[in-house]
Design a protein around this ligand. Structure first.
Ligand code: GLU
Length: 501
Protein backbone atom coordinates (compact mmCIF):
# COMPACT_ATOMS: atom_id res chain seq x y z
CA UNK A 1 0.00 0.00 0.00
CA UNK A 2 1.35 3.33 -0.87
CA UNK A 3 1.37 6.19 1.58
CA UNK A 4 1.22 9.82 0.46
CA UNK A 5 4.92 10.20 1.16
CA UNK A 6 5.78 7.49 -1.40
CA UNK A 7 4.55 9.68 -4.19
CA UNK A 8 6.61 12.68 -3.05
CA UNK A 9 9.30 13.83 -5.48
CA UNK A 10 12.84 12.76 -4.56
CA UNK A 11 14.73 14.94 -2.10
CA UNK A 12 15.70 18.13 -3.86
CA UNK A 13 19.31 18.65 -4.81
CA UNK A 14 21.06 19.58 -1.54
CA UNK A 15 23.49 21.94 -3.37
CA UNK A 16 22.99 25.56 -2.38
CA UNK A 17 21.61 27.66 -5.18
CA UNK A 18 24.21 29.10 -7.51
CA UNK A 19 24.88 32.74 -6.71
CA UNK A 20 27.80 34.51 -8.34
CA UNK A 21 28.96 38.09 -8.55
CA UNK A 22 31.33 40.50 -10.12
CA UNK A 23 32.69 43.22 -7.92
CA UNK A 24 34.25 45.94 -10.04
CA UNK A 25 35.83 49.00 -8.48
CA UNK A 26 34.71 52.32 -9.93
CA UNK A 27 38.21 53.60 -10.60
CA UNK A 28 37.86 54.82 -14.19
CA UNK A 29 36.66 53.44 -17.50
CA UNK A 30 35.58 49.82 -17.07
CA UNK A 31 38.26 47.41 -18.22
CA UNK A 32 37.45 44.83 -20.88
CA UNK A 33 38.48 42.24 -18.27
CA UNK A 34 35.41 43.23 -16.25
CA UNK A 35 33.20 42.22 -19.17
CA UNK A 36 35.20 39.02 -19.59
CA UNK A 37 34.67 38.05 -15.96
CA UNK A 38 31.03 39.13 -16.10
CA UNK A 39 30.42 36.97 -19.17
CA UNK A 40 31.67 33.80 -17.49
CA UNK A 41 29.75 34.60 -14.31
CA UNK A 42 26.59 35.14 -16.34
CA UNK A 43 27.08 31.98 -18.39
CA UNK A 44 27.63 29.89 -15.27
CA UNK A 45 24.75 31.45 -13.32
CA UNK A 46 22.23 31.20 -16.15
CA UNK A 47 23.28 27.66 -16.99
CA UNK A 48 22.47 26.63 -13.42
CA UNK A 49 19.39 28.81 -13.08
CA UNK A 50 21.22 30.85 -10.45
CA UNK A 51 21.65 34.54 -9.72
CA UNK A 52 24.23 37.02 -10.88
CA UNK A 53 24.99 39.90 -8.52
CA UNK A 54 26.71 43.17 -9.35
CA UNK A 55 28.48 44.71 -6.39
CA UNK A 56 30.38 47.94 -6.49
CA UNK A 57 33.63 47.86 -4.52
CA UNK A 58 34.10 51.54 -3.87
CA UNK A 59 35.88 51.66 -0.54
CA UNK A 60 39.18 52.90 -1.96
CA UNK A 61 38.16 56.55 -1.85
CA UNK A 62 41.53 57.71 -3.23
CA UNK A 63 40.87 55.98 -6.56
CA UNK A 64 37.14 56.65 -6.80
CA UNK A 65 36.00 58.16 -10.11
CA UNK A 66 32.56 59.75 -10.15
CA UNK A 67 31.31 58.63 -13.60
CA UNK A 68 32.78 55.17 -13.39
CA UNK A 69 29.84 53.37 -11.83
CA UNK A 70 27.47 54.61 -14.53
CA UNK A 71 29.94 53.52 -17.21
CA UNK A 72 30.14 50.04 -15.66
CA UNK A 73 26.34 49.75 -15.70
CA UNK A 74 25.99 51.10 -19.24
CA UNK A 75 28.77 48.97 -20.70
CA UNK A 76 27.56 45.73 -19.17
CA UNK A 77 23.97 46.41 -20.21
CA UNK A 78 25.17 47.27 -23.70
CA UNK A 79 26.81 43.83 -23.77
CA UNK A 80 23.60 42.18 -22.60
CA UNK A 81 25.25 41.00 -19.37
CA UNK A 82 22.49 41.99 -16.99
CA UNK A 83 22.39 41.35 -13.26
CA UNK A 84 19.67 40.08 -10.98
CA UNK A 85 20.76 42.11 -7.97
CA UNK A 86 22.80 45.27 -7.79
CA UNK A 87 22.96 48.87 -6.61
CA UNK A 88 20.50 50.10 -9.20
CA UNK A 89 18.08 47.14 -9.21
CA UNK A 90 18.17 46.28 -5.53
CA UNK A 91 17.82 42.77 -4.13
CA UNK A 92 17.47 40.95 -0.82
CA UNK A 93 21.10 41.30 0.31
CA UNK A 94 21.76 44.99 -0.26
CA UNK A 95 23.10 47.54 -0.12
CA UNK A 96 25.26 46.54 -3.09
CA UNK A 97 27.75 49.40 -2.79
CA UNK A 98 30.48 48.75 -0.29
CA UNK A 99 30.65 52.38 0.79
CA UNK A 100 27.12 51.88 2.14
CA UNK A 101 28.06 48.78 4.12
CA UNK A 102 30.86 50.13 6.27
CA UNK A 103 29.18 49.20 9.57
CA UNK A 104 29.11 45.53 8.59
CA UNK A 105 32.87 45.53 8.07
CA UNK A 106 33.58 47.46 11.25
CA UNK A 107 31.46 45.08 13.25
CA UNK A 108 33.15 42.02 11.73
CA UNK A 109 36.59 43.52 12.33
CA UNK A 110 35.69 44.19 15.98
CA UNK A 111 34.64 40.56 16.39
CA UNK A 112 37.97 39.37 15.08
CA UNK A 113 39.84 41.70 17.43
CA UNK A 114 37.76 40.49 20.36
CA UNK A 115 38.72 36.92 19.50
CA UNK A 116 42.41 37.74 19.07
CA UNK A 117 42.30 36.95 15.34
CA UNK A 118 43.01 40.56 14.45
CA UNK A 119 44.73 43.43 16.25
CA UNK A 120 45.09 47.18 16.20
CA UNK A 121 48.26 48.64 14.76
CA UNK A 122 49.28 52.22 15.54
CA UNK A 123 52.51 52.31 13.54
CA UNK A 124 53.07 55.40 11.41
CA UNK A 125 53.40 54.98 7.62
CA UNK A 126 57.05 56.04 7.94
CA UNK A 127 57.79 53.21 10.34
CA UNK A 128 55.98 50.67 8.17
CA UNK A 129 58.02 51.78 5.20
CA UNK A 130 61.23 51.41 7.17
CA UNK A 131 60.27 47.94 8.43
CA UNK A 132 59.51 46.84 4.88
CA UNK A 133 62.77 48.18 3.51
CA UNK A 134 64.81 46.60 6.27
CA UNK A 135 63.16 43.21 5.72
CA UNK A 136 63.86 43.43 2.00
CA UNK A 137 67.47 44.38 2.69
CA UNK A 138 67.81 41.22 4.79
CA UNK A 139 66.33 39.21 1.92
CA UNK A 140 63.13 38.49 3.88
CA UNK A 141 59.51 38.91 2.77
CA UNK A 142 58.45 42.53 3.43
CA UNK A 143 56.09 41.80 6.30
CA UNK A 144 54.88 43.81 9.24
CA UNK A 145 57.01 43.00 12.32
CA UNK A 146 54.06 42.85 14.73
CA UNK A 147 55.33 45.54 17.02
CA UNK A 148 51.75 46.40 18.05
CA UNK A 149 50.56 42.83 18.55
CA UNK A 150 49.50 42.34 22.16
CA UNK A 151 49.92 46.01 23.09
CA UNK A 152 47.16 48.26 24.36
CA UNK A 153 46.96 51.78 23.03
CA UNK A 154 48.38 53.28 26.22
CA UNK A 155 51.44 51.01 26.07
CA UNK A 156 52.00 51.53 22.39
CA UNK A 157 51.73 55.31 22.67
CA UNK A 158 54.83 55.30 24.90
CA UNK A 159 56.91 54.05 22.01
CA UNK A 160 58.14 55.96 18.96
CA UNK A 161 56.36 56.10 15.60
CA UNK A 162 52.92 56.09 17.18
CA UNK A 163 49.92 57.22 15.17
CA UNK A 164 46.71 57.94 17.12
CA UNK A 165 44.59 56.54 14.28
CA UNK A 166 45.14 52.79 14.18
CA UNK A 167 44.45 50.24 11.47
CA UNK A 168 43.24 46.72 12.18
CA UNK A 169 45.37 43.86 10.94
CA UNK A 170 44.59 40.22 10.39
CA UNK A 171 46.70 37.97 12.58
CA UNK A 172 47.89 35.39 10.06
CA UNK A 173 48.92 32.00 11.41
CA UNK A 174 52.73 32.08 11.54
CA UNK A 175 53.19 28.44 10.60
CA UNK A 176 51.66 25.85 8.34
CA UNK A 177 49.93 26.31 5.03
CA UNK A 178 46.68 27.69 3.79
CA UNK A 179 45.15 25.86 0.86
CA UNK A 180 42.07 25.98 -1.26
CA UNK A 181 40.66 24.18 -4.28
CA UNK A 182 40.40 26.08 -7.51
CA UNK A 183 37.97 24.56 -10.01
CA UNK A 184 40.36 25.12 -12.91
CA UNK A 185 43.69 24.63 -11.18
CA UNK A 186 43.14 22.10 -8.41
CA UNK A 187 44.65 22.56 -4.97
CA UNK A 188 46.69 25.70 -4.38
CA UNK A 189 48.72 26.11 -1.17
CA UNK A 190 50.57 29.02 0.37
CA UNK A 191 52.99 29.06 3.28
CA UNK A 192 51.50 31.16 6.03
CA UNK A 193 54.89 32.43 7.18
CA UNK A 194 55.27 34.33 3.91
CA UNK A 195 51.95 36.14 4.17
CA UNK A 196 51.75 39.58 5.73
CA UNK A 197 49.33 40.52 8.50
CA UNK A 198 46.93 42.13 6.08
CA UNK A 199 45.33 45.44 6.99
CA UNK A 200 41.58 44.80 7.22
CA UNK A 201 40.30 48.16 8.37
CA UNK A 202 42.10 51.35 7.41
CA UNK A 203 42.63 54.29 9.72
CA UNK A 204 39.71 56.09 8.05
CA UNK A 205 37.42 53.26 9.20
CA UNK A 206 36.96 51.93 5.67
CA UNK A 207 37.71 48.28 5.01
CA UNK A 208 40.35 47.05 2.63
CA UNK A 209 39.29 44.89 -0.29
CA UNK A 210 40.23 41.70 1.60
CA UNK A 211 37.88 42.19 4.52
CA UNK A 212 35.04 43.63 2.47
CA UNK A 213 35.12 40.93 -0.21
CA UNK A 214 34.90 38.12 2.34
CA UNK A 215 32.18 39.75 4.44
CA UNK A 216 30.10 40.59 1.39
CA UNK A 217 30.51 37.27 -0.38
CA UNK A 218 29.36 35.61 2.81
CA UNK A 219 26.46 37.94 3.59
CA UNK A 220 25.33 37.87 -0.04
CA UNK A 221 25.38 34.04 -0.06
CA UNK A 222 27.81 33.87 -2.95
CA UNK A 223 28.33 30.20 -3.81
CA UNK A 224 31.06 30.57 -6.46
CA UNK A 225 33.70 33.27 -6.65
CA UNK A 226 34.62 33.51 -10.34
CA UNK A 227 37.28 36.17 -10.86
CA UNK A 228 40.60 36.88 -12.56
CA UNK A 229 43.75 34.94 -11.70
CA UNK A 230 45.40 38.08 -10.35
CA UNK A 231 43.44 37.43 -7.15
CA UNK A 232 44.91 33.97 -6.49
CA UNK A 233 47.61 35.32 -4.19
CA UNK A 234 44.94 37.15 -2.12
CA UNK A 235 42.81 34.05 -1.70
CA UNK A 236 44.75 32.51 1.24
CA UNK A 237 44.09 35.67 3.25
CA UNK A 238 40.42 35.31 2.40
CA UNK A 239 40.45 31.63 3.36
CA UNK A 240 41.95 32.48 6.75
CA UNK A 241 39.23 35.08 7.24
CA UNK A 242 36.48 32.58 6.36
CA UNK A 243 38.00 30.17 8.88
CA UNK A 244 38.29 32.83 11.57
CA UNK A 245 34.67 33.82 11.11
CA UNK A 246 33.60 30.17 10.99
CA UNK A 247 31.98 30.64 7.59
CA UNK A 248 31.75 28.15 4.77
CA UNK A 249 34.11 28.75 1.85
CA UNK A 250 32.67 29.54 -1.57
CA UNK A 251 33.96 27.61 -4.57
CA UNK A 252 36.84 29.46 -6.25
CA UNK A 253 37.35 29.75 -10.00
CA UNK A 254 40.23 31.94 -11.16
CA UNK A 255 39.94 32.78 -14.83
CA UNK A 256 43.05 33.21 -16.96
CA UNK A 257 44.27 36.72 -17.69
CA UNK A 258 43.81 38.25 -21.11
CA UNK A 259 47.17 38.88 -22.75
CA UNK A 260 48.66 40.69 -25.71
CA UNK A 261 50.52 38.85 -28.45
CA UNK A 262 53.79 39.53 -26.62
CA UNK A 263 52.25 37.84 -23.55
CA UNK A 264 52.03 41.07 -21.57
CA UNK A 265 48.81 41.63 -19.63
CA UNK A 266 46.05 43.52 -21.37
CA UNK A 267 46.06 46.65 -19.26
CA UNK A 268 44.56 50.09 -19.51
CA UNK A 269 48.01 51.64 -19.24
CA UNK A 270 49.57 49.56 -21.99
CA UNK A 271 46.47 49.17 -24.18
CA UNK A 272 44.46 52.37 -24.26
CA UNK A 273 41.81 50.44 -26.19
CA UNK A 274 41.23 47.97 -23.37
CA UNK A 275 38.23 49.80 -21.93
CA UNK A 276 34.64 48.99 -22.75
CA UNK A 277 33.60 52.48 -23.97
CA UNK A 278 36.33 52.20 -26.62
CA UNK A 279 34.77 49.09 -28.18
CA UNK A 280 31.39 50.73 -28.21
CA UNK A 281 32.72 53.94 -29.71
CA UNK A 282 34.58 52.02 -32.38
CA UNK A 283 31.38 50.37 -33.50
CA UNK A 284 31.98 46.83 -32.37
CA UNK A 285 28.66 45.09 -32.05
CA UNK A 286 27.99 43.87 -28.52
CA UNK A 287 27.14 40.40 -29.83
CA UNK A 288 30.51 40.24 -31.59
CA UNK A 289 32.52 41.38 -28.56
CA UNK A 290 30.61 38.94 -26.36
CA UNK A 291 31.27 36.06 -28.77
CA UNK A 292 34.93 37.07 -28.97
CA UNK A 293 35.32 37.14 -25.17
CA UNK A 294 33.62 33.75 -24.93
CA UNK A 295 36.38 32.33 -27.11
CA UNK A 296 39.06 33.57 -24.72
CA UNK A 297 40.05 30.34 -23.04
CA UNK A 298 36.72 28.62 -23.59
CA UNK A 299 35.25 26.61 -26.44
CA UNK A 300 31.94 25.16 -27.52
CA UNK A 301 31.70 21.36 -27.33
CA UNK A 302 31.59 21.19 -31.13
CA UNK A 303 34.40 23.72 -31.53
CA UNK A 304 32.27 26.18 -33.48
CA UNK A 305 33.50 29.75 -33.22
CA UNK A 306 30.32 31.68 -33.82
CA UNK A 307 27.58 31.38 -31.24
CA UNK A 308 25.10 33.44 -29.26
CA UNK A 309 25.05 34.07 -25.53
CA UNK A 310 22.07 31.74 -25.17
CA UNK A 311 23.97 28.98 -26.93
CA UNK A 312 26.94 29.56 -24.66
CA UNK A 313 24.72 29.45 -21.58
CA UNK A 314 23.19 26.17 -22.70
CA UNK A 315 26.51 24.50 -23.37
CA UNK A 316 28.39 26.08 -20.49
CA UNK A 317 30.78 24.17 -18.26
CA UNK A 318 34.15 25.08 -16.76
CA UNK A 319 35.44 21.75 -18.05
CA UNK A 320 36.22 23.36 -21.37
CA UNK A 321 37.99 26.34 -19.84
CA UNK A 322 41.74 26.45 -20.20
CA UNK A 323 44.09 28.10 -17.73
CA UNK A 324 46.46 29.18 -20.50
CA UNK A 325 46.14 32.92 -20.91
CA UNK A 326 44.25 33.67 -24.08
CA UNK A 327 45.64 36.18 -26.56
CA UNK A 328 43.41 39.17 -27.12
CA UNK A 329 43.70 39.47 -30.89
CA UNK A 330 41.97 42.57 -32.23
CA UNK A 331 42.23 41.24 -35.80
CA UNK A 332 40.13 38.28 -34.84
CA UNK A 333 37.62 40.59 -33.21
CA UNK A 334 37.48 42.59 -36.46
CA UNK A 335 36.80 39.41 -38.36
CA UNK A 336 34.02 38.42 -35.99
CA UNK A 337 32.57 41.90 -36.04
CA UNK A 338 32.55 41.88 -39.84
CA UNK A 339 30.71 38.59 -39.69
CA UNK A 340 28.06 39.96 -37.33
CA UNK A 341 27.70 43.12 -39.40
CA UNK A 342 27.04 41.06 -42.53
CA UNK A 343 24.39 39.08 -40.66
CA UNK A 344 22.44 42.18 -39.64
CA UNK A 345 19.21 42.91 -41.49
CA UNK A 346 19.73 46.11 -43.45
CA UNK A 347 17.28 48.14 -41.37
CA UNK A 348 19.07 47.10 -38.21
CA UNK A 349 22.48 47.92 -39.68
CA UNK A 350 21.09 51.31 -40.71
CA UNK A 351 19.72 52.02 -37.26
CA UNK A 352 22.99 51.09 -35.59
CA UNK A 353 25.13 53.07 -38.05
CA UNK A 354 23.11 56.30 -38.08
CA UNK A 355 24.57 57.62 -34.79
CA UNK A 356 28.11 57.12 -36.12
CA UNK A 357 27.30 59.05 -39.30
CA UNK A 358 25.47 61.81 -37.46
CA UNK A 359 28.32 62.20 -35.02
CA UNK A 360 30.71 62.59 -37.95
CA UNK A 361 28.58 65.50 -39.17
CA UNK A 362 26.95 63.69 -42.12
CA UNK A 363 23.23 64.43 -42.65
CA UNK A 364 22.28 60.81 -42.05
CA UNK A 365 19.23 60.84 -39.77
CA UNK A 366 17.43 63.15 -42.19
CA UNK A 367 18.09 60.72 -45.05
CA UNK A 368 17.47 57.27 -43.62
CA UNK A 369 16.34 55.68 -46.90
CA UNK A 370 19.44 57.02 -48.67
CA UNK A 371 21.69 55.72 -45.85
CA UNK A 372 20.01 52.34 -46.14
CA UNK A 373 20.79 52.16 -49.87
CA UNK A 374 24.37 53.22 -49.21
CA UNK A 375 24.88 50.64 -46.48
CA UNK A 376 23.54 47.91 -48.73
CA UNK A 377 26.63 48.60 -50.85
CA UNK A 378 29.07 48.79 -47.92
CA UNK A 379 27.77 46.01 -45.69
CA UNK A 380 30.17 43.45 -47.16
CA UNK A 381 33.25 45.54 -46.48
CA UNK A 382 32.38 47.15 -43.16
CA UNK A 383 34.28 45.80 -40.16
CA UNK A 384 33.64 48.43 -37.50
CA UNK A 385 30.72 50.85 -37.56
CA UNK A 386 33.11 53.73 -36.82
CA UNK A 387 34.68 53.14 -40.25
CA UNK A 388 31.37 53.92 -41.91
CA UNK A 389 31.66 57.74 -42.05
CA UNK A 390 34.92 57.75 -43.98
CA UNK A 391 33.69 54.93 -46.23
CA UNK A 392 30.50 56.72 -47.22
CA UNK A 393 31.20 60.43 -46.88
CA UNK A 394 31.46 60.89 -50.67
CA UNK A 395 27.78 60.04 -50.93
CA UNK A 396 27.07 63.27 -49.07
CA UNK A 397 29.75 65.56 -50.50
CA UNK A 398 28.71 68.62 -52.52
CA UNK A 399 32.03 68.64 -54.29
CA UNK A 400 34.54 65.79 -54.21
CA UNK A 401 38.16 66.59 -53.55
CA UNK A 402 40.73 64.39 -55.30
CA UNK A 403 43.89 64.53 -57.34
CA UNK A 404 42.67 65.08 -60.95
CA UNK A 405 45.57 63.03 -62.28
CA UNK A 406 43.78 59.97 -60.90
CA UNK A 407 41.11 60.52 -63.55
CA UNK A 408 43.51 59.86 -66.38
CA UNK A 409 43.91 56.12 -66.51
CA UNK A 410 46.82 54.09 -67.81
CA UNK A 411 47.14 54.28 -71.59
CA UNK A 412 44.73 57.25 -71.84
CA UNK A 413 45.45 60.88 -72.60
CA UNK A 414 43.61 63.73 -70.82
CA UNK A 415 41.82 64.43 -74.10
CA UNK A 416 40.54 60.85 -74.37
CA UNK A 417 39.52 60.92 -70.73
CA UNK A 418 37.57 64.12 -71.25
CA UNK A 419 35.75 62.66 -74.24
CA UNK A 420 34.98 59.46 -72.38
CA UNK A 421 33.54 61.29 -69.37
CA UNK A 422 31.53 63.63 -71.63
CA UNK A 423 30.05 60.67 -73.47
CA UNK A 424 29.15 59.05 -70.17
CA UNK A 425 27.63 62.31 -68.99
CA UNK A 426 25.39 62.56 -72.07
CA UNK A 427 24.21 59.05 -71.45
CA UNK A 428 23.68 59.41 -67.74
CA UNK A 429 21.62 62.58 -68.20
CA UNK A 430 18.92 60.76 -70.12
CA UNK A 431 19.14 57.05 -69.42
CA UNK A 432 15.92 55.32 -68.32
CA UNK A 433 15.60 53.68 -65.89
CA UNK A 434 18.44 55.11 -63.83
CA UNK A 435 19.50 51.84 -62.26
CA UNK A 436 22.62 49.70 -62.08
CA UNK A 437 21.82 47.16 -64.86
CA UNK A 438 20.80 49.89 -67.33
CA UNK A 439 23.86 52.00 -66.47
CA UNK A 440 26.18 49.06 -66.78
CA UNK A 441 24.82 47.93 -70.15
CA UNK A 442 24.95 51.42 -71.60
CA UNK A 443 28.35 52.42 -70.22
CA UNK A 444 29.95 49.12 -71.18
CA UNK A 445 28.60 49.80 -74.68
CA UNK A 446 30.58 53.06 -74.75
CA UNK A 447 33.83 51.24 -74.12
CA UNK A 448 33.61 49.52 -77.46
CA UNK A 449 32.36 52.58 -79.32
CA UNK A 450 35.19 54.80 -78.08
CA UNK A 451 37.83 52.08 -78.22
CA UNK A 452 38.69 52.38 -74.54
CA UNK A 453 40.24 49.92 -72.13
CA UNK A 454 37.54 48.95 -69.64
CA UNK A 455 39.86 49.10 -66.62
CA UNK A 456 41.15 52.60 -67.28
CA UNK A 457 37.77 53.96 -68.34
CA UNK A 458 35.92 52.60 -65.31
CA UNK A 459 38.67 53.85 -63.02
CA UNK A 460 38.20 57.35 -64.42
CA UNK A 461 34.46 57.12 -63.74
CA UNK A 462 35.02 55.67 -60.29
CA UNK A 463 37.30 58.55 -59.34
CA UNK A 464 34.84 61.01 -60.86
CA UNK A 465 31.84 59.80 -58.86
CA UNK A 466 33.49 58.71 -55.60
CA UNK A 467 36.72 60.73 -55.46
CA UNK A 468 38.63 57.54 -54.70
CA UNK A 469 40.17 54.56 -56.44
CA UNK A 470 38.54 51.95 -54.21
CA UNK A 471 34.79 52.00 -53.80
CA UNK A 472 31.71 49.81 -53.88
CA UNK A 473 30.70 48.50 -57.34
CA UNK A 474 30.64 51.42 -59.78
CA UNK A 475 27.20 51.16 -61.34
CA UNK A 476 25.44 50.40 -58.10
CA UNK A 477 27.19 53.38 -56.59
CA UNK A 478 25.94 55.60 -59.41
CA UNK A 479 22.44 54.24 -58.99
CA UNK A 480 22.44 55.04 -55.26
CA UNK A 481 23.97 58.47 -55.82
CA UNK A 482 21.11 59.18 -58.21
CA UNK A 483 21.07 61.00 -61.49
CA UNK A 484 21.54 64.54 -60.19
CA UNK A 485 24.59 63.77 -58.07
CA UNK A 486 26.17 61.54 -60.71
CA UNK A 487 25.72 64.22 -63.36
CA UNK A 488 27.21 66.87 -61.06
CA UNK A 489 30.21 64.64 -60.32
CA UNK A 490 30.84 63.90 -64.00
CA UNK A 491 30.60 67.61 -64.88
CA UNK A 492 33.05 68.48 -62.11
CA UNK A 493 35.42 65.78 -63.44
CA UNK A 494 35.19 67.27 -66.96
CA UNK A 495 36.22 70.66 -65.53
CA UNK A 496 39.15 69.07 -63.73
CA UNK A 497 40.43 67.28 -66.82
CA UNK A 498 39.87 70.31 -69.04
CA UNK A 499 42.07 72.35 -66.70
CA UNK A 500 44.85 69.81 -67.02
CA UNK A 501 45.25 71.01 -70.62
N1 GLU B 1 37.20 44.77 -6.68
C1 GLU B 1 37.89 43.70 -7.29
C2 GLU B 1 38.12 44.09 -8.75
O1 GLU B 1 38.12 45.24 -9.03
C3 GLU B 1 37.11 42.42 -7.17
C4 GLU B 1 37.92 41.18 -7.16
C5 GLU B 1 37.06 39.99 -6.83
O2 GLU B 1 36.25 39.62 -7.67
O3 GLU B 1 37.19 39.47 -5.73
O4 GLU B 1 38.31 43.30 -9.63
Amino acid sequence: MSTPSDSQPPTPNPQPPVRVRIAPSPTGDPHVGTAYTALFNVAFARHHGGQFVLRIEDTDRTRFVEQSERLIFDSLRWLGLTWDEGPDVGGPYGPYRQSERVEFYQQCARELVARGQAYSCWCTPERLKRVREEALARGEPPKYDRLCLGLAEAQRSQRPDFSPRPVIRLRMPSEGETSFEDVLRGRISFQNALIDDQVLLKSDGFPTYHLAVVVDDHLMHISHVIRGEEWISSTPKHVVLYQDFGWELPVFVHLPLLRNRDRSKVSKRRNPWAVLPWFRGQGYLPEALRNFLALMGWSMPDGREIFTLDEMVQAFSFERMSTTSPIFDLEKLDWLNGHYIRQLPLDELTARTLPFLDRAGLPASQNVAYVRDILALEQERLRELAEAPQMVDFFFADRLVYDPRLLVGKGMTPQQTLEAIKATLALVETIQPFDAPALEAAIRGLTGQLGLKTGSFFMALRVAVTGRTVSPPLFQTMAVLGRARTVACLKAACDEVAQMG
